[in-house]
Design a binder for this molecule. Sequence first.
Ligand code: BGP
Length: 480
Amino acid sequence: MDKKFPESFLWGASTSAYQVEGAAYEDGKKASQQDIINKENYEKLGFANADIASDHYHHFKEDVTLMKEMGFTAYRFSISWSRVFPNGTGEVNEKGIQFYRDLINELKSNNIEPIVTLYHYDLPWALVEKYNGWIDRQVVKDFEYYARYVINEFKDQVKYWTTINEQSIIVQYIAQKNYIPKEYRGNDQIRYQINHHMNLAHAVACKLVHELVPSGMVGAALGYAPVYPLTSKPEDVMAAQNAHDLRNAYYLDIYFKGMYTKSAMIYLEEHGLAPVIEEGDMELIKEGYSDFLALNYYASECAKACPIESGKEIRYGGVNLSGKKGEMSGFETHPGFYEMTHNPNLDTTDWDWAIDPTGLEYIFRDIYTRYNKPLMITENGLGAFDTLTEDGKIHDEYRIEYLREHIKAMKRAMDYGVEVLAYCPWSALDLVSTSNGVKKRYGFIYVDRTDDDPKECKRIRKDSFYWYKDVIASNGEELD
Ligand code: BGP
């Protein structure tokens, strides 16, 4: 089809606060749970901690200048709760909020639309110490206090708000995305309890945007993967449906229908995993409706039947820590419901994530048909070992290839009527990966540091930088 991207289409990229900012203990900021988790990761696994990250806190003007050079019309980033409220609640940290005022002013004066995420895994550590963080319902009240302040502060400059980043991924990788106190480790019910509290927090944030930002739009940023059946055997097809219900619909139905997906909830109840829901919770969730959905799409998934008789136990997603293909530590398993598995039809990244542009087209079509709300991409990208060559360049044609095919897939979905507002792949610049340190890179801009040595964090334009610049300048016409 010979349709064009709309003139209003937003092109940009994404980051998150703890992964890019650094200055973890500067200007009044106190630790977030990610500062603690990443410190432990450095000690155990040698992955960079978040103390300096990409030092964006000190380089933000240079970074925005580079974004402008690429032609960005949007930039999606998150606000660090513990930079604004170092103790989680109470007194605001003036210098902390000033950083975001400066960043947003810098973006606006360069005609780059800020897309702000309120929460991206980095709960103030003070709240973990006080009451175990997201495990306790008090967090919803404290989140409301923080969100009200931030939304009110930027209501005149920020139109697009995303609430909580990737609840579905938090449930899968609970200890990586959340600090779990010792007495709760191994307790799988808290995955769904924490998620329920996040649903309440999400609804609160949606209501606040509706109340405070008249022309604002709000939605969650959801980590989302279509689930294909391993074969066309009916048992595998049913397993894929079960996996879709528990891994995808369980979140989408909350955001758009204000209800929990029945089949998923029944499965959780049968296994003692269901969240405790208090009176009034579902009403609040209904009131906090979403205007759009932001999607973080990297890979598709595959499921097969897992009969009870297999004798397997419930387990959650595995991770590849080495970056050597095939070293994934295991797959999510729910006996009697489904078991995730490798898809033999798709190539993968070095970390075993299936590369599947058509999966993006598929989820756009599927979600739009079911819920009829505008969508945007707030993450999509290829984690890779990049090499800084002797001529001071980074020839990342593999990343260009990945992004090109995903943009084409997005366009095919748009040609069939899906309303897509923005494309903000991961990531604007290299940063600390949530699972693999800084050696797994995603950026258009190379940040010269290693896991052990932050060096000067010098910025270098990758080949993909120049390619993306042409893509944006041609409003998506020039992809090759
Ligand atoms: C998403 C997160 C991001 C990001 C990305 C890549 O789940 O929202 O924060 O890091 O995935 O994942 P990773 O860093 O583990 O490679």
